[in-house]
Design a protein around this ligand. Structure first.
Ligand SMILES: Nc1ncnc2c1ncn2[C@@H]1O[C@H](COP(=O)(O)OP(=O)(O)OP(=O)(O)O)[C@@H](O)[C@H]1O
Length: 271
C-alpha cells in the first residue's frame, strides 16, 4: 500500500532547476534508499517532501502522503504531520539539540507539545525512549556535550521516533559518525523499523548500508532520477552507466558485503 507518492517533483532556485521532475512511491514499511554523488539533489528532494526547503527554493509537483498533497499543506497542518506521522533524522544531529538544555528537557518539551501527559509520565516515556535506542536513563539529566557523537545521534533518533511515525526521513544520519557507531545506528534503525513497521526514506553515500537494509533504490544524478528499482536488480544488474560508475567508485562494497555475511558483523554490531 502506497504511503508516499512523489509525482513530478521539481525544485528550483530562481530559474535554476535543482530537482527535475522526479517521481517515486514509498510503500508502507518499505526502506527506500536514495543514492547519488554529492550535489545530485538528494537532500533537496527530502527537504521538499518535509517542507523544509530554504526560503529561496520553490517546489512544484505533488507529494501525496496517504493521498493528501503535503506540498499544499498549510503551516499548521504541516506541523501536525511532522509531530505525528513523519519524522526527520539529520546528518547534523548536533543541530537537533540546544547545548544549554539537558537531553531530558528536549524530550520533555517535545512530549509537552504533542501529548497530554503528566510530568511523571513524560519522564517515564523519555527514559523508555532512551532505553529503546540502547542508552541508559541517566542520559536524561546530561547535557548534549556530555554525550559522544553516536550517543547524541541515538538520542536524536529516540526523539524522532517518540510519536511512532509512519515515515522516517533520514538524511545521511551516519555521515558524521565513525564506522562502528554508524553500523550500530543503522542496526538500531533497522530494528525500530521492524518493531514499528515505519517506512524509511534513507539518503546515503554508503552502498554497504544500502545493500544491507534497502528494499528499493533510487539513483539520482544532476537533479534527475536515472535509475529506480528493487535492491537486487539495481545493485546486481545496474542498467544505467552512472549507477555502474557509482558502484565502481565504491570498492569497499564487495568486501563489505562479505564482511556483513561473516562473523565479524557480530563484533561491529556489539553494544
Ligand atoms: N538553498 C539553495 N540555493 C541554491 N542552490 C542550492 C540550495 N540548496 C542546495 N542547492 C544546490 O542544489 C544542488 C543539490 O543539493 P543537495 O544538497 O540536494 O545535494 P545532495 O545530493 O544531497 O549532496 P550531498 O550528498 O553532498 O549532501 C547542489 O548543487 C546545491 O548546491
Amino acid at each position: 500500500m502506497t504511503l508516499l507518492s512523489v509525482q513530478n517533483l521539481t525544485v528550483q532556485a530562481g530559474e535554476v532547476p535543482l530537482v527535475k521532475g522526479i517521481s517515486f512511491d514509498i510503500q508502507k514499511g518499505e526502506w527506500l534508499a536514495i543514492i547519488g554523488q554529492s550535489g545530485s539533489g538528494k537532500s533537496v528532494t527530502a527537504s521538499a517532501i518535509g517542507r523544509l526547503l530554504a526560503p529561496n527554493l520553490k517546489a512544484r509537483g505533488k507529494a501525496l502522503y496517504n493521498g493528501k498533497d503535503i506540498l499544499q499543506f498549510g503551516a499548521k497542518e504541516m506541523r501536525r504531520l511532522r509531530g505525528t506521522s513523519i519524522s526527520y533524522i539529520f546528518q547534523d544531529y548536533q543541530g537537533s539539540f540546544t547545548p544549554f538544555h539537558t537531553i531530558g528537557r528536549h524530550f520533555d518539551e517535545f512530549l509537552k507539545a504533542h501529548f497530554k501527559l503528566s510530568k511523571t509520565q513524560r519522564r517515564e516515556m523519555a527514559e523508555q525512549a532512551l532505553e529503546s535506542v540502547g542508552l541508559k536513563p541517566e542520559m536524561y539529566t546530561r547535557y548534549p556535550f556530555q554525550l559522544s557523537g553516536g550517543q547524541l545521534q541515538r538520542s536524536s533518533i529516540a526523539l524522532a521516533l517518540l510519536t511512532k511515525p509512519d515515515l522516517v526521513i533520514a538524511d545521511e544520519p551516519t555521515a558524521a559518525l565513525d564506522s562502528i557507531s554508524a553500523f550500530k545506528v543503522l542496526r538500531l534503525l533497522a530494528d525500530l523499523r521492524q518493531e514499528t513497521g515505519c517506512a524509511m526514506l534513507f539518503i546515503t553515500h554508503d552502498l554497504r548500508h544500502v545493500r544491507k537494509h534497502a528494499d528499493q533504490i533510487i539513483v539520482m544524478k544532476e537533479g534527475a532520477v536515472v535509475e529506480i528499482g528493487d535492491k537486487q536488480s539495481v545493485l546486481n544488474q545496474p542498467q544505467h552507466p552512472y549507477t555502474r560508475a557509482l558502484m565502481a567508485a565504491s570498492p569497499s562494497l564487495s568486501a563489505a558485503s562479505q564482511l556483513l555475511k561473516g562473523d565479524d558483523t557480530a563484533c561491529l554490531y556489539c553494544n
